[in-house]
Design a protein around this ligand. Structure first.
Ligand code: GMT
Length: 385
């Protein structure tokens, strides 16, 4: 049997889908056959369509849900389970790797039942599947089942491991495998960064950036408030990248605070690295963050992050060394931290260098991929006993 895996994830710009795609691509580079299954092609996969190293080893299978008037909500989980089972059977794939516990792991368990029980299911917890959505009374029991029926469970940070232990009756092993970035994509040498800087922050203006999917948990309007406080003291511009439910509210917030001329809203883009490299600092005032992949991507491009001291962020950012960690509700302290760094350029430069080294020194991709390979192997052994 060939080394092969089915990757089930969200196809969007959200962190779990990005990590799932990067992992799948890295596995394909190691010779694995990788089958991505989701509602639409994973966005990050577009970076690799003409990559000769993975050619012929990566395929995408779309989940099609039919619209029947008698269903108020289309049962995506069933269509997903069905697609996973079809792909696993047709290509004889022994492992299903579900990123995000619901509905992906549940669909994987269903598919395994349909296939006769021999297929291994690996679950990677990413964050809100445990810390927010999973805690909802309508989902808590099914997340508990998702965990207990998995052959292996991993979490992207120690924080998330502990949150899982605290909140769910699950005694099985949880491997912590931190997220990683692709070094050939996220690095400091981004020639377009100078053009972006010239466009948004000419003549020595400071340039800040916020990247998110604008869910409430990201507190994008707070990023805008921090910027307004900074802008009151120094010439500065803010690039807000992404889209999502809170974007209109954030645009209103910029208007209300009188800084809309100095804030540029930019839709999610695969061309993110030059924007990250162009910025002096990233703002991440999240209410909850199990890891903070966007912070790691910014750091890899040499941009330190001023962030909330919550969740998994202290595992990613060393306060005062490669970024700043502050209480999430202390907008004033965050603005002061930004201003202090902007006013001390040599300190900011040292932080930027430390930030650029961190992702590849502390979270090297190869090391994380090796850990996932071990998890796959243990999950296979467990199922075959
Ligand atoms: O948006 C997503 O795709 C997943 C999202 C979430 O809410 O679960 O992000 C989580 O997974 C990322 C990748 O592992 C982490 O970097 C984010 O910190 C985490 N988000 C939260 O915990 C809020």
């Amino acid at each position: 049997m060939r080394d092969s895996v089915i990757v089930v994830s969200l196809p969007t710009f959200g962190g779990s889908g990005i990590v799932a795609t990067e992992l799948g691509v890295a596995m394909a580079r190691r010779g694995w056959e990788v089958h991505f299954i989701s509602a639409s092609p994973p966005v990050r996969l577009a970076l690799y369509t003409s990559d000769p190293d993975i050619c012929g080893r990566v395929s995408f299978h779309q989940v099609a849900t039919q619209v029947y008037a008698m269903f108020h909500h289309q049962p995506y989980t069933l269509a997903l389970a069905s697609k996973i089972a079809q792909v696993a059977k047709r290509y004889e794939v022994p492992i299903i790797h579900a990123h995000y516990a619901i509905p992906h792991t549940i669909a994987a368990h269903l598919a395994r039942e349909m296939l006769g029980g021999q297929t291994s299911v690996v679950t990677t917890l990413h964050g809100t599947d445990i810390t927010i959505v999973g805690l909802d009374p309508s989902y808590r029991d099914i997340v508990t089942y998702a965990l207990n029926a998995s052959d292996a469970v991993t979490a992207v940070s120690q924080f998330l491991l502990e949150a899982t232990r605290r909140e769910f009756p699950y005694d099985g092993e949880i491997g912590v495998i931190p997220n990683f970035v692709a070094p050939e994509v996220f690095h400091t040498d981004q020639p377009e960064a100078a053009v972006i800087r010239e466009r948004y922050a000419p003549e020595g203006k400071a340039l800040l950036i916020h990247v998110s999917n604008y869910r409430t948990v990201k507190r994008a309007p707070v990023a805008c408030e921090i910027f307004a406080a900074v802008r009151g003291e120094a010439p500065a511009h803010l690039m807000m990248i992404g889209e999502g439910p809170d974007r209109a509210r954030t645009e209103e917030c910029a208007e209300r605070l009188g800084v809309s001329k100095d804030v540029t809203f930019i839709d999610s883009t695969l061309e993110l690295p030059p924007y990250l490299a162009a910025a002096d600092l990233m703002l991440m005032p999240s209410q909850s963050e199990s890891f903070g992949l966007a912070a790691l991507e910014a750091m890899a491009c040499g941009t330190p992050v001023v962030a909330s001291a919550i969740g998994g962020l202290p595992e990613v950012i060393d306060d005062g060394v490669d970024g700043s960690l502050l209480p999430p509700d202390d907008t004033k302290a965050m603005a002061e931290a930004v201003l202090a760094l902007l006013n001390d350029r040599s300190r900011l430069e040292r932080m930027s260098q430390a930030a650029a080294e961190k992702p590849h020194a502390r979270f090297p991709r190869d090391e994380q991929v090796d850990k996932y390979l071990e998890v796959y192997s243990r999950a296979r052994q467990r199922r075959s006993h």
